[in-house]
Write a protein that binds this ligand. Structure first.
Ligand code: HEM
Ligand SMILES: *[C@@H]1O[C@H](CO)[C@@H](O)[C@H](O)[C@H]1NC(C)=O
Ligand SMILES: *[C@@H]1O[C@H](CO)[C@@H](O)[C@H](O)[C@H]1NC(C)=O
Ligand SMILES: *[C@@H]1O[C@H](CO)[C@@H](O)[C@H](O)[C@H]1NC(C)=O
Length: 483
């Protein structure tokens, strides 16, 4: 009798417990990684990857008051951003995003709304327009860069500085038309200042611990100052464009977008000049350091791998002949340069310029790999982590462009992310990477500077962007007539 009562009680307790568990959490959430300090790790993308080795490619981790979901494999990222794209297309509206995005008129940080869709469409068509019409201008600029570098032939050149000024001048030509060197320098300094101010821990911590916002914060004051300066510069350009615009003529991105703004139909989703303003800011922020750091990494890897550099130069000579300066490779013919394409693909795999992409945000409950992801969850695609998955890439840490040329080639990575929020500048970026590397390698042999520690470090330095190492390189002209 006693035994049956005890058994009955045990059974009831077990059922009760199981039932409770069902009602408390009917969901199957991704595993939660213990610890509160993960986001303070210096090498965040590789730290997040190391957590994946223990907890699987998809997990939750504490971020201040909330949990965020981190995706560390290409499969999980594609399932979220392509298959279930509608659920994952938002952006978290954080305090720091508000500070830099001019009353939420930003494209890259804007949430997924009908107005945002109109803004994205405008940016896409504007970039397509300038890429098609300004190709010869960019080609000329790349040639001029190489001519300028020829003047320094043989002596050490700080390649990152050259390339980052250069990518700034390309973006500013596309955005604002031909500008004086002093103006380009002004844009460049302002964006650099903005990135430094924003990427500081004093700012980032305000999203994690909201309480700190009530205290005086010199970092925040500085950030607000730089944002004001940035807006003054962009406003000046907008005013100048409106004053000098000629009917039937579209000089650049700004003209294009201002003209489209005027042609808009009446309705609830009308874009304003603020949207054009912030889209232009995004082009500079998104397009400058990403591209120059990718190019610098390419140079660094090629210094470590002279045999690949030599083969690239043979490929270029074969296709272009060894004629004089001016026989530029054409972007339309890029499939004639398979090794160059494979090299760019490999650099973007090993050093995806935006290693954690930008944070996404769920607009409705969803799932990834069978795990439930609730509404209003911040989701971080760890592109750097995904690119080092040894089930997809053999020896993932090795620089080996040939993996993409083998009879059964490896898959390419997803350095520009994927889905509706894929980098809007991908085509422009690929165009720049191809043209600049082709022209640079065709014109010069890249050599390390003489001395003991002459090869650049390949250790990535992580921030919003994987910063390129600052090193020097010697550029030797490959053609007699250039010497
Ligand atoms: C090698 C060069 C580049 C890389 C690796 C890169 C990578 C990325 C990545 C990973 C994202 C985040 C996508 C996501 O949220 O899932 C992004 C967004 C963005 N990029 Fe790029 N990018 C590059 C060049 C450019 C250029 C040249 C431009 C402009 C001309 C640009 C403009 C943008 C903008 C505006 C966004 C925000 C898109 C949105 O939120 O819908 N990027 N980029
Ligand atoms: C470049 O290489 C990637 C990776 O192998 C491939 O997917 C792509 O089709 C290639 N593009 C061209 C133009 O050859
Ligand atoms: C998500 O966030 C919105 C806006 O902050 C809020 O109104 C809504 O209740 C939240 N939904 C859930 C399920 O947390
Ligand atoms: C270079 O390395 C050699 C041997 O490793 C050493 O004897 C020499 O002093 C170094 N030179 C410089 C400039 O550091």
């Amino acid at each position: 009798m006693l035994l049956s009562v005890v058994l009955l009680l045990v059974l009831l307790a077990t059922f009760g417990w199981l039932w409770m568990r069902r009602t408390v959490s009917p969901y199957h959430f991704p595993p939660l990684v213990p610890g509160f300090l993960h986001f303070f790790q210096a090498d965040l993308p590789s730290h997040l990857l190391s957590l994946a080795q223990k907890h699987g490619p998809l997990y939750r981790v504490h971020f201040g008051m909330q949990d965020v979901v981190v995706l560390n494999s290409k499969k999980a990222i594609e399932e979220a951003l392509i298959k279930n794209w509608l659920d994952f297309s938002g952006r978290p509206q954080t305090f720091t995003h508000q500070v830099v995005s001019k009353d939420s008129h930003d494209l890259s940080l804007g949430d997924y709304t009908p107005l945002w869709k109109a803004q994205r469409k405008l940016a896409r068509s504007a970039l397509l327009y300038v890429q098609n019409t300004m190709e010869p201008i960019i080609e000329q600029m790349v040639q001029d860069l190489c001519k300028r570098l020829l003047a320094q032939a043989g002596s050490p050149v700080s390649i990152y500085e050259e390339l980052s000024m250069f990518t700034c001048s390309i973006i500013s030509s596309l955005s604002f038309g031909e500008k004086r060197e002093s103006e380009i320098q002004l844009f460049y300094n302002c964006i650099q200042e903005l990135m430094v101010a924003w990427d500081s821990w004093q700012i980032q911590i305000l999203d994690i611990l909201p309480i700190l916002r009530v205290f005086p914060n010199s970092g925040l004051r500085k950030l607000r100052q730089v944002v004001k300066k940035r807006d003054r510069i962009v406003q000046e350009q907008l005013t100048w464009h409106k004053e000098t615009m000629v009917e039937g003529q579209t000089r650049d991105l700004t003209d294009y977008m201002l003209q489209k703004l005027r042609e808009q139909a009446d309705g609830p989703n009308r874009l304003s000049e603020e949207h054009v303003h912030m889209t232009l800011v995004d082009m500079f922020i998104g397009g400058m350091e990403t591209t120059s750091s990718t190019l610098t990494w390419a140079v660094a890897f090629l210094l470590h791998h002279p045999e690949i550099q030599k083969r690239l130069q043979e490929e270029l000579d074969e296709e272009l002949g060894s004629g004089s300066l001016g026989s530029l490779p054409n972007y339309r013919d890029r499939d004639r340069f398979p090794l160059l394409n494979a090299t760019i693909t490999e650099v973007l795999r090993l050093r995806p310029a935006a290693p954690l992409a930008l944070p996404h945000y769920t607009r409705q409950p969803s799932t990834i790999c069978g795990f439930d992801i609730p509404k209003n969850t911040t989701v971080i695609p760890n592109l750097y982590g995904a690119h080092h998955d040894d089930s997809i890439w053999e020896q993932p840490y090795d620089f080996r462009p040939d993996r993409f040329l083998e009879p059964e080639p490896s898959q390419a990575g997803i350095p520009f992310s994927c889905g509706v929020r894929v980098c809007v500048g991908e085509a422009v970026a690929r165009f720049e990477l191809f043209l600049i590397l082709a022209q640079l390698l065709w014109t010069f042999k890249l050599l390390p500077v003489e001395g003991n520690h002459s090869l650049p470090s390949l250790k990535p330095k992580f921030g919003f962007i994987i910063k390129a190492p600052n090193f020097q390189v010697r550029l030797l002209p490959r053609r007699q007539e250039l010497e």
